[in-house]
Ligand binder design. Structure first.
Ligand SMILES: [Zn+2]
Length: 117
């Protein structure tokens, strides 16, 4: 391997929330690693591993939401400004493994977590 120096791929936003950048959603996700029912975290910011999986849902992917949604509402030809999503992943050894039930384009793929900036 040419490079042995890795930047941090996650950050502790507070005492209890570990944040990482999700390349599927192009936004940060955070999980609680302290307090009640925390995720198990290996303590590494360079090569984080989290357990169990991380599930982020919005809009009509939330349980109990009706099938009609802002994201499919007919805005008279204009692009809806709201997109519903589901993101389900395992973070292991600094990589993020997207499960096939993600709504974004990286579903089913494993990619390197980007450096936290
Ligand atoms: Zn995501």
């Amino acid at each position: 391997m040419a490079s042995r120096i890795n930047g941090a791929k996650a950050t502790l936003a507070t005492d209890s929330t570990l944040m990482f950048w999700c390349p599927g959603c192009d936004e940060a996700h955070g999980v609680r690693v302290n307090g009640p029912n925390p995720w198990t975290w290996n303590g590494s910011l360079e090569s984080p591993t989290l357990s169990p999986s991380v599930l982020v849902r919005g809009g009509h992917y939330l349980p109990g939401h009706s099938r009609t949604c802002w994201c499919t509402y007919d805005w008279e030809g204009r692009e809806p400004s709201f997109q519903c999503k589901q993101c389900h992943s395992f973070v292991r050894d600094g990589k993020i493994e997207f499960l096939s039930d993600c709504s974004h384009g990286l579903a089913g793929q494993t990619v390197e977590l980007p450096e936290w900036k």
